[in-house]
Design a protein around this ligand. Structure first.
Ligand code: NAD
Length: 291
């Protein structure tokens, strides 16, 4: 039976580091500030935005939640971003995804000051990640996955890593982090056009699933003893659940846990890490603004 990689516990450790760093910054008269912009009323987005604001409050990070109507225009969102770019109390800005269809998300991301882009989605930060330039911001979810892999004591150097999914938010940056100097894994990125996916996945000492399909990774995709990181957060209908749905990952947990060496649960795995790494990035932005 696999060892559980406890994301909640590791996230608590990261947040304790954050609290320490915030106390140090406050002694110097600096309060890190995060602005979260939400366009529209997507229920999942509201949950994410509220939990980010709550975490900021717990840590003593100043936070601003800016809610624009679902009819907001591109110009209005750009105007909001521009205002936040010049607001000295705000060190980090993020625009919650996905926005309504009239909004060109790419243009919004490019309008964010790269020094305040705590999501790490601006092209300048994407380039810095590829260049292994540590002054950039690494996207929070893959940064959280790396921290979990390290916390689990998994050797990445020379390991075969397979990342399933090639999104700019998870799969691609995850692959860059695993192959970077210091991590030194041999990385394969699989996606919807990959041939013999199960066979490719079975090579992995470290398997990262970021697909967005509930319980897609089955036991026969997994090499015995592998480390399995499940990024997926999927809502599946469940009449027995209070809310009418339950959350599940991209990995068929029960059967994969029989075979893997270690595995992250959903919920309580990658999810709590993402928000903890967002707090880290906001502190990093505040520190850099001071310098
Ligand atoms: P996405 O839809 O942008 O990308 C999914 C990727 O999976 C694509 O690159 C696609 O090529 C690949 N894919 C789709 N079908 C496939 C198939 N049949 N075989 C192989 N590959 C396939 O999704 P994303 O934004 O990367 O998110 C992935 C999952 O992670 C979702 O469940 C999302 O909710 C979750 N997520 C979780 C967090 C977190 O904090 N834990 C953060 C971001 C995303």
């Amino acid at each position: 039976m696999a060892t559980l990689i406890d994301g909640k516990k590791v996230a608590e450790e990261v947040l304790a580091e954050c609290a320490q760093e915030i106390a140090e910054l406050k002694e110097q008269g600096i309060t890190p500030g995060l602005a979260v912009v939400l366009v529209g009323e997507d229920p999942a987005s509201q949950v994410y935005v509220n939990s980010k604001a709550r975490k900021c409050a717990e840590l003593g990070i100043h936070s601003e939640k800016i809610v624009l109507s679902k009819e907001a225009t591109q110009a209005e969102v750009l105007e909001t971003v521009k205002r936040l770019n010049t607001d000295p109390a705000i060190h980090g800005i993020l625009v919650q995804s996905p926005p309504p269809p009239q909004i060109n998300e790419e243009e919004i991301v490019r309008a964010i000051d790269p020094a305040k882009d705590v999501d790490g989605f601006h092209p300048e930060n994407v380039a810095k990640l590829a260049l292994e330039d540590a002054s950039g911001f690494v996207p929070c979810t893959p940064a959280g996955c790396m921290r979990l892999i390290k916390a689990a004591g998994v050797e990445t150097s020379g390991a075969e890593a397979v990342v399933v999914g090639r999104s700019m938010i998870v799969g691609k940056p995850m692959a860059l982090l695993l192959m970077a100097r210091g991590s030194d894994a041999t990385v394969t990125v699989a996606h919807s056009r990959t041939r013999d996916l199960a066979e490719v996945c079975r090579r992995a000492d470290i398997l990262v699933a970021a697909v967005g399909i509930p319980e897609f990774i089955r036991a026969d995709f997994v090499k015995k003893g592998a480390t399995v990181i499940d990024v997926g957060i999927n809502r599946v209908e469940d009449a027995t659940a209070k809310r009418g749905y339950r959350l599940c990952g991209d990995v068929a947990y029960d059967e994969v846990a029989e075979k893997a060496g270690s595995i992250t649960p959903v919920p309580g795995g990658v999810g709590p890490m993402t928000i903890a790494m967002l707090m880290k990035n906001t502190i990093k932005a505040a520190r850099a603004a001071k310098a």
